[in-house]
Design a protein around this ligand. Structure first.
Ligand SMILES: *[C@@H]1O[C@H](CO)[C@@H](O)[C@H](O)[C@H]1NC(C)=O
Ligand SMILES: *[C@@H]1O[C@H](CO)[C@@H](O)[C@H](O)[C@H]1NC(C)=O
Ligand SMILES: *[C@@H]1O[C@H](CO)[C@@H](O)[C@H](O)[C@H]1NC(C)=O
Ligand SMILES: *[C@@H]1O[C@H](CO)[C@@H](O)[C@H](O)[C@H]1NC(C)=O
Length: 236
């Protein structure tokens, strides 16, 4: 069966097996199209459990079908195909039942999870099954951060000694901020932050370091502050 008839047939329900055939691999050559298809995530920051629309703009004219893929192993990772001429869609190998493809190219993902993070690729094809455009976008699904826990090496420290504070959080890719007496901590030359800022060392400690410390963990969709930890500084 010629690929064009597969892609054009009405009521196709299964086509992903055919994607593995050599005929497809040979006929899918990248054309020198100047189309500038864009993909925008709506909303821009996506949280687990919510829906996201990968909104497609500037779809080329005269295309016959659209194929969405997940991740860069193109051939084996199809989410679905949409035949624009006949308004029929067919799910691909990676279709989970939560995806909807629209005639205008946009892809709706419902109830996303962290596993939906990754590259999404939209290809458009003309009647000769030539690739008219290939557009790649990266989707990052955030989780709401959990409250961090602040651990201190010693709650009572003598001046000139040192103290270490560690902000414990299961989130590794988020940003950490330090709070002292309800204000943003002023980092002095006696303080050392780890490169990820999740740990703080004060050496040597001075009287003015006594007070309440907190750490805050945030990502683009949420932030949480630890319970305060009190540091007492003894003069001798
Ligand atoms: C596909 O949908 C478009 C827009 O809704 C419509 O104009 C067109 O007639 C439809 N084509 C078929 C074959 O149903
Ligand atoms: C494409 O269709 C979807 C669903 O109807 C809609 O939400 C989206 O705004 C449309 N995209 C464009 C670019 O019109
Ligand atoms: C969303 O997905 C989670 C699992 O990832 C599931 O437990 C939950 O029931 C789903 N919610 C809806 C509204 O489908
Ligand atoms: C920080 O703010 C909380 C709540 O407003 C208050 O109870 C606490 O006393 C403050 N701590 C300091 C050191 O100012």
């Amino acid at each position: 069966m010629a690929m064009s008839s597969v892609l054009l047939c009405n009521g196709c329900t299964s086509w992903q097996g055919l994607l593995l055939t050599a005929s497809l691999l040979t006929c899918w050559h990248v054309s020198t199209s100047t189309a500038h298809v864009t993909i925008e995530s709506v909303p821009p920051h996506v949280v687990e459990g919510e829906n996201v629309l990968l909104l497609v703009r500037n779809l080329p004219e005269n295309i016959i079908s659209l194929v969405w893929f997940k991740d860069l192993k193109i051939i084996r990772s199809a989410i679905g195909l949409y035949n624009v001429r006949y308004n029929v869609s067919a799910p691909g190998r990676l279709h989970s039942g939560r995806e909807t493809m629209y005639r205008n190219g946009s892809l709706l993902l419902r109830n996303v999870t962290a596993k939906d993070t990754g590259y999404y690729i939209l290809r458009t094809l003309n009647r000769h099954v030539d690739i008219v455009s290939t557009t790649v976008t990266h989707l990052l699904v955030h989780k709401y951060v959990m409250q961090p826990f602040l651990q201190i090496s010693d709650t009572t420290v003598a001046v000139q000694k040192s103290v270490s504070l560690i902000c414990i959080s299961p989130h590794t890719d988020n940003s950490f901020h330090w709070i002292f007496n309800n204000q943003s901590l002023q980092i002095t030359e006696r303080m050392t932050l780890s490169p990820t800022k999740h740990s703080l060392r004060i050496d040597p400690v001075r009287i003015e370091d006594a007070g309440e410390y907190q750490c805050e963990v945030s990502n683009p969709v949420s932030s949480k502050t630890s319970l305060p930890v009190r540091l007492t500084v003894m003069k001798e």
